[in-house]
Ligand binder design. Sequence first.
Ligand code: OOG
Ligand code: MG
Length: 254
Amino acid sequence: MTLTDTQVTELARRLDEAQVARADIPSLADSVEFDVHDAYRIQFTLTALRVARGERITGVKLGFTSKAKMVQMGVSEVIVGHLTTAMLIPVDGVADLSRFIHPKVEPEIAYRLASDVDGTTPIESCVDAVAPAIEIIDSRYRDFRFTHADVVADNTSAAGYALGPWQPIGDVRDRAVRLRAGAEHAIGTTSAILGDPALALTALAGVARRRGIPLRAGYTVLAGAATAAIPLVAGAVDCRIEGVGSVSFTGRNR
Ligand code: OOG
Ligand code: MG
């Protein structure tokens, strides 16, 4: 830990203003030295600013759980961010592209927590449902250029998410995944998520314990992208996961 509380607040404000103004900023690590522990302090302060504006935390998301993402971003550790009510795109709804800087989409598996994860029971037994999901990521950093600590501070680029219908929990290993956004698409399999998306839950429990992140009943957990991200443009966006279901929304310039 190297930053004072005043520095943490100042850096969280910089990221918050970038998100609100849709104006990207240079990597924080270019001008300040801070570690991943400090980065989570910045993220918690950033999330608190959103909560103070009336948003509610709806869950958490993992990042860099797939080899493709690690290679794409040049990072090698699982990261955790927070989801809020303002990020949820309604079923078959519209994502207003003017809310973002340079958004991309990723196909994901979502889990639902039926009870608080308090360390007395394994996280797997706290989960009661699974759903297909699309995550919108929108780094507040110029050109998505960031360090590991930077991306944690920036709430792991979290910007939006859409959920398909919840299904009873079951094995979702090795399922074909297809994401389409405009003319581009990404194809992969759920095995890209740590070999088995359920392992993302175990990874989450470890990070949450080490970093002091509460995991509450009702939370949505995004297990991380199954493919590299593709640009979010105007038009239909849909994601289909074999045996799990599909989810879609429309990107629109208002
Ligand atoms: C960070 C977010 C990564 C995932 O699923 O791996 C992520 C980024 O790529 O900007 O959400
Ligand atoms: Mg993601």
